[in-house]
Design a protein around this ligand. Structure first.
Ligand code: GLU
Length: 468
């Protein structure tokens, strides 16, 4: 049997972390088995589906590097096929027209609630043999079996079952002629030869219903694997506040796709205690047995830790265009300063996101407008401007201007003045960057260049002396 998995998002919003992890697990399972991933857009909810959401989901999949083998299929282009399947169920006596009005259904629900029973359709039209009448509002319902139970062996949760009495006759086609989710999913999974349905465990209750429809259509069941939901850092349902933002927002925050994919694969799945996986390793090791039964909590710190790892080991070339984009949005002209690649190399091992990286090198390309107040009071005193004057004059004679020559000059100068190295290095950092947080001072100044270093030192001396 060929393994065929599917990723069928509803384009009513962006691709969030939970959806991305579902896509990833389906992709990994298919790639591991040498099978196929089908990409399907479940856009039958016309009011809430948008083209922007479709584009955003596709961009997010591409950014994550999750490619598909078939599709995207659009459910709105398969409406005739759904009609056919509904007609088959009607012809077989497994579906029926229902003309219950919304008022009746509401009253029914209220009565049931009052009696403390779970609200469900009471089968009022099930056996009265209604025909479709022009001008009348009908829905078409599935004739769910009245007795017995539905069970399946979930690849993650094991055997799960429900009594048919618990399930009511769900609507297959609405009064406007649109099919419902449970019908379209069965028709598609059947037609697209899906062998494994891997999705969030919030769908388990739908699976029971879908199994009954599969059976009524005489079709073999796919395997099912329901993945526990991702919870927020506070163990509550993931929301915007505790981590659930669009996948593309993580890109805009300077997270690398490798880091996010590595983070997501470990969210609920493990392979021994390995934390860092190349794509090849993920594909090789992925299996559903090692997916946890309980929900995983989102942990931003861990994502940042992974991102730091991936930034540290990436080539500058692969990071360059993203950093350039960030600089463009900040209107920073990186032609106006040292080579961007060299500046990136200086801080590459010290940052957790590409946004941090941009923050930490931005000062090379723009004038210093402000000095950090905390750094000033910590590192500057009445002798600072004198020291800076002295070192500026030393700097003006250094030739060639290299990390080594600058480093040697700084060491010799502090020795001659009898001050500790940080007593000079920290004010210099503030002078050239505005803060005391730069990489080693010799490498920073070497990259900035002698003219710019001296210019910034002078400006800072003026600032200190005016402030006196
Ligand atoms: N469109 C459904 C969703 O986004 C798909 C669920 C499924 O995998 O069947 O939740």
């Amino acid at each position: 049997m060929q393994v065929v998995t599917r990723f069928p998002p509803s384009p009513t919003g962006y691709l969030h972390l939970g959806g991305a992890r579902t896509a990833l697990f389906n992709w990994l399972f298919a790639r591991n088995a040498g099978g196929k991933l089908v990409f399907r857009i479940e856009d039958t909810d016309r009011q809430r589906s948008t083209d922007e959401a479709i584009d955003a989901i596709i961009s997010a999949m591409e950014w994550l590097g999750l490619d598909w083998d078939e599709g995207p299929y659009y459910q709105t282009q398969r409406l005739d096929r759904y009609k056919e399947v509904v007609q088959q169920l009607l012809d077989q006596g497994d579906a029926y027209y229902c003309s219950c009005t919304p008022d009746r259904l509401e009253k029914l629900r209220n009565d049931q609630r009052e009696k403390g029973i779970k609200p469900r359709y009471d089968g009022h039209c099930r056996d009265i043999g209604l025909e479709r009448k022009a001008g009348e509002n009908h829905v078409i319902r599935f004739k769910n079996p009245l007795s017995g139970s539905v069970s399946f062996n979930d690849r993650i949760h094991g055997l799960v079952s429900v009594q048919n009495e618990e399930l009511d006759d769900l609507v297959l086609e609405r009064s406007d002629g649109m099919p419902t989710y449970n019908l379209t999913v069965v028709a598609d999974d059947m037609d697209m030869n899906v062998s494994h349905v891997i999705r969030g465990d919030d769908h388990i209750n739908n699976t029971f219903r879908q199994i009954n429809i599969f059976r009524a259509l005489g079709h073999d069941l796919p395997e099912f694997a329901h993945v526990p939901l991702i919870l927020g850092s506070d163990r509550k349902r993931l929301s915007k506040r505790n981590g659930d933002v669009s996948v593309l927002d993580y890109r805009d925050r300077g997270i690398l796709p490798e880091a996010l994919v590595n983070y997501l694969v470990r969210l609920g799945w493990s392979h021994g205690d390995q934390e860092i996986f190349s794509r090849e390793e993920m594909i090789r090791y992925f299996d559903l047995q090692q997916v946890n039964k309980s929900s995983a909590g989102f942990d931003m710190e861990k994502l940042l830790w992974l991102n730091r790892h991936y930034i540290g080991q990436s080539s500058i070339e692969t990071l360059l265009s993203e950093v350039q984009k960030i600089m463009v949005t900040r209107q920073i002209d990186t032609e106006n300063g040292p080579d961007l690649r060299s500046a990136m190399g200086l801080v590459q091992g010290r940052v957790s996101t590409l946004v941090d990286l941009a923050d930490q090198i931005e000062y090379f390309y723009r004038p210093i407008e402000q000095y950090d107040a905390g750094a000033l009071s910590k590192h500057c005193n009445e002798s600072t401007s004198g020291l800076l004057r002295g070192i500026s004059s030393v700097f003006s004679h250094i030739e060639p201007w290299t990390q080594e020559s600058v480093g040697n000059a700084l060491k010799t100068y502090v020795k001659s003045k009898g001050v500790k190295f940080p007593g000079l290095a920290q004010p210099l950092r503030i002078a050239v960057s505005g803060s005391d947080q730069t990489p080693s001072i010799d490498s920073t100044l070497a990259l900035l260049g002698s003219m710019e270093t001296i210019k910034r030192a002078r400006m800072f001396i003026d600032y200190l002396e005016q402030g006196k």
